[in-house]
Design a protein around this ligand. Sequence first.
Ligand code: RFL
Ligand code: PHB
Length: 394
Amino acid sequence: MRNHTRTQVGIIGGGPSGLLLSQLLHLRGIDNILLEKRAREYVLGRIRAGVLEHGFADLMREAKCGQRMDAEGEIHDGIYIAFDDRRERVDFKSLTGGNSVIVYGQTELTRDLYEAREKMGGDVIHHAENVTPNDMTSKKPYLSYEFEGEKRRIDCDFIIGADGFHGVSRASIPKDRITEYERVYPFGWLGVLSKTKPVSPELIYANHQRGFSLCSLRSQILSRYYIQVPLTDRVKDWSDEAFWAELKRRLPEDVADALITGRSVEKSIAPLRSFVAEPMRYGQMFLAGDAAHIVPPTGARGLNSAASDIYYLYHAMLDHYENGDDRGLDNYSQKALARVWKGQRFSWWMTTLLHRFPDNSPFDDQLQQTDLEYLFSSKSAQTSLAENYVGLPF
Ligand code: RFL
Ligand code: PHB
């Protein structure tokens, strides 16, 4: 690549958001270059999301990346919620008129997107250092970066900030042009990936006196489990044995008895945070995915909210380039945020329903208990959970 080049859309970040948009635009003949700070294997080494809503799955198919997802992903028609020695099922299919989710790891999905970009000859540049968006409020924005010590520049029509929560895009917007809303939770999730058969065919979210736990999976031979831990805990404090013992204590007895344990192949702690930055546009730069918003993982919304941003952005870009219509771009932030906030509300609610909050009063505990009992005494309450979990319409 030359030191000074031009494209239509310059994308910062090679996570699922940036890759999916890059692939969708390229398929429609819209030229784009994607800059990623890290190596591909590093991006693929991050174990994150596992649950895709059906709208996201459709977008993967539109991006011609749905083949392996459809062959290897598992369709899940419900989840279990355990509390007070009870284990109740929320049946998505019957409650939402036939909708479900797909269990397919973010790692696999990202791998499929990288392979598709490669096959199409997409411009994806890894190890791009000091990426900076410039002149965003002019009609001629550009990206500058360094590659192997050499300074480079990409002129473009638009910049997409898809560089995650700690990226440079949002940080480049003047403080008086952006409003940030945030809630930090006083705990994190300790996650373990193990090459063992999952304890349950469907996910189990458990509210327990000792703290929240979750039994999830990637496939029939790869399990993913989480437990709520204080923010002061460190991964090195948790041996595999200590993790399994604590997980078992927080699960219903029959589930704990059936749990197959094994060596962990990945173990990490993720703090829980809710965050939204508004608006999601600054001049010719548009933010998408974790660069603009973060949710606690309890409602499995993070990656799915990123996908809905990409859906809106993709269609807005098509309208711009194919029809000369800028209404989609002008409405992008408002439209995306309306859905983002619904994902925020749901994630906050699921988190509040299922975790132990160290500062909760006895009154708060009674409310949580009542919320759980109400959920399983009311079909309407279950429908509300189900329709949010499988994904609200775009
Ligand atoms: P990403 O995945 O963070 O990718 C951003 C990319 O940008 C790169 N980057 C830069 N590149 C160039 N220059 C810079 N200055 C750069 N700064 C950063 C980074 O290296 C990275 O490759 O954001 P993206 O694409 O918006 O995707 C968002 C999702 O990754 C995230 O929302 C989900 O993983 C959240 N999440 C879940 N979401 C779900 O929908 N369902 C789930 O079941 C679910 N489970 C989870 C989760 C997140 C978790 N953690 C660890 C936070 C479970 C966990 C434990
Ligand atoms: C996961 O499998 O990593 C997972 C599943 C559901 C969640 C969060 C994480 O709500």
